[in-house]
Design a protein around this ligand. Sequence first.
Ligand code: GTP
Ligand code: MG
Length: 347
Amino acid sequence: EEAQAKRLRQPIVVVLGHVDHGKTTLLDKIRGTAVVRKEPGEMTQEVGASFVPSSVIEKLSEKLKKMLQVKLEIPGLLFIDTPGHEYFSNLRKRGGSIADIAILVVDINEGFQQQTFESIDILKGRKVPFLVAANKIDRIPGWKPFENEPFLETIGKQKKDVQNRLDNQVYDIVTQIAQAGLNADRFDRIKDFTKNVAIIPVSAKTGEGIPDLLALLAGLTQRFMKERLTFAEGPAKGVILEVKEDLGLGHTIDVILYDGILRKNDQIVLGGVNGIITTKIRGIFVPKPLQDMKLSKYDFTSIDEVYAAAGVKISAPGLEDALAGSPIYAVNSESNLKEIENKIEEE
Ligand code: GTP
Ligand code: MG
């Protein structure tokens, strides 16, 4: 085994916020931008998640040298969309969340709504640090769009009254975050990121502000979460996102791995509707590379092993009773099966 050295895995970034504030559009834009900027072979495919490699983040944030001075050691960022609160709740692990950091998406023109407040409560409950993406800046009256530019560039090109309008909206968000007991500010005015929630104005439509958002996510996680992100070379640990029946594969589970290595033929233990399921992996699958995506949604490639963090589909006998939101552990010869079963029962 060549990769025995300790290394950093990609932080898991979960996106949440009020309905229609732009979570999915923002992720689509990030993914689209990444696809355009990648070199061949840089992109790995994911199930239930999107991976953006560090090389792409570095390219996008070239103009933001001040923000991202360091060369990135993390391999990239792994993004997960959450169509609702329950979905986020399913991403749990013992005493917390598999999310290393979250993006709370807020429509800058509408400000906080009920689910925005609920999202903050959930994040605080699970102790997940977060940034605020103040989305839809392109809809601020008078805004002149500059496609895919960093916020720090495009804001300087806006008229004074437009800049003021944006800042008034940002200030509203600061006030609303204060109601939740937290300090916040526009990201470029923050000195201590451990004490303030950073607000990054973005447009999921024009791509403005996305370089700043990615640079900040990568910079902050690498700087403050090294220990949490240090990769353990043990058997895989993950959480079940969804249980599905896939054409030709039978019952499968979509899983986010947050630790360890998963190998074909591994024994796995997971939670089921009728109790714990112990089974053996038949196949690990990822979607075919993006250029082939048109073909069919059932188009998966089988892989032999995968390192955390990653989103994969697993086929194995007995998965029809698997339970979304349950932990999944791979087992090796040194693992204590009883101990793992107890862990799953506690969760
Ligand atoms: P749910 O998953 O239903 O909670 O919504 P969501 O948060 O994923 O929002 P979604 O991405 O579906 O966007 C909702 C609507 O807002 C869509 O019509 C988007 O095109 C639009 N939208 C999202 N981001 C922007 C933006 O930055 N600018 C503009 N002008 N429209 C946006
Ligand atoms: Mg959505």
